[in-house]
Design a protein around this ligand. Structure first.
Ligand code: PXG
Length: 290
């Protein structure tokens, strides 16, 4: 496997970064998770835009232009033996002295791009639905670390993941400090109630998911009403359907929340329709890697 390390393709064993890299020392950096299907990179421009926005928010200058970054992604996928896979792009503040001041990273930001396989949840959950649980760990406040920034600091989500695993569940519902539903640990959350597709408003504190946006667009083309609003756990328990969205997870049905069976207990018709549309779209669009 070849890894793109600062623009050079190097074997996995040689793709190493310094222990003085501030991405590692302080979580000072940003990242993206992107998929490619049959060598087409899905929603690449959107992911690159979000990467540069995350970097801008933390005042991190990415050393290459967006256009060059797109080319580096194409180069990395081209070098991969995989037809379908997952790309993990990371930009760190770079190598610096000890001390959290970013000025100590005099060489500037560093980046790497990995193209590899990924599996988020076992296949049976895509067929039968996932059981998820609310955790005590609250989603970070936008006033502290805005969930819109896809930073290398994922401890908020990781601790929620540990907490739900301690309760024997594979995924967590994260709520914000006001008690409203924000998202899952690495996926956005949707419900279907009265025929409408409903998802927490971005102001609830969630990542501005690219799959979330895609699903909203697909629902609209299917003439399904889409609502973005604050949701409580009561709204989840009483929904007809529920599903999670993310680049890695794609669309996964949820059939149980905190022990409450959702709808019929089986993935619902709207979820099925959106999964089918999403699959078709991933085959149709994307940046082609020749
Ligand atoms: N919420 C959070 C907190 C995320 O990190 C999503 C939602 C879904 O966003 P997209 O744009 O993918 O629809 C994410 C996505 C990984 C990894 O290991 C990345 C994510 C989630 C889980 C694992 O690369 N990011």
């Amino acid at each position: 496997m070849l890894i793109n390390l600062n623009g050079k393709l190097v074997p996995k064993e040689k793709a190493v970064i310094s222990v003085f890299d501030h991405g590692l020392l302080y979580g000072d950096g940003v990242f993206e998770g992107i998929r490619f299907y049959s060598k087409n990179i899905f929603k690449l421009e959107e992911h690159i835009d979000r990467l540069y926005n995350s970097a801008k928010a933390i005042m991190l200058t990415i050393p290459i232009s967006k256009e060059q970054m797109i080319k580096e992604h194409v180069k990395t996928v081209k070098a991969s033996p995989l037809k379908d896979g997952y790309i993990r792009t990371v930009v760190t503040r770079g190598v610096g002295d000890l001390g959290l001041d970013p000025k100590k990273c005099r060489e500037g930001a560093a980046y790497f791009i990995i193209a590899d396989a990924i599996s988020m949840y076992p296949e049976e959950y895509y067929l039968n639905g996932l059981a998820i649980t609310t955790v005590a760990m609250r989603r970070s406040l936008a006033e502290c670390l805005d969930p819109k920034i896809k930073s290398l600091n994922y401890l908020n989500n990781i601790m929620a993941k540990i907490e739900c695993a301690n309760h024997g569940s594979l995924e967590a519902v994260m709520i914000n400090n006001a008690g409203y539903v924000a998202e899952a640990t690495g996926d956005n959350l949707f419900i279907v109630t009265g025929g409408a597709v409903i998802t927490p408003d971005m102001s609830a504190g969630a990542l501005d998911g690219i799959t979330r946006e895609t699903v909203i667009d697909l629902a609209k083309t299917l003439k399904i009403k889409v609502v973005e609003k604050m949701l409580t756990r009561y709204d989840l328990y009483t929904a007809d359907e529920c599903f999670l969205t993310g680049t890695a997870a794609e669309i996964i049905p949820v059939t149980k929340i905190d022990g409450r069976v959702i709808g019929t207990g089986k993935p619902g018709p709207v979820t099925h329709k959106l999964i089918a549309k999403y699959k078709t779209l991933t085959k149709k669009v994307g940046v082609k890697v020749k």
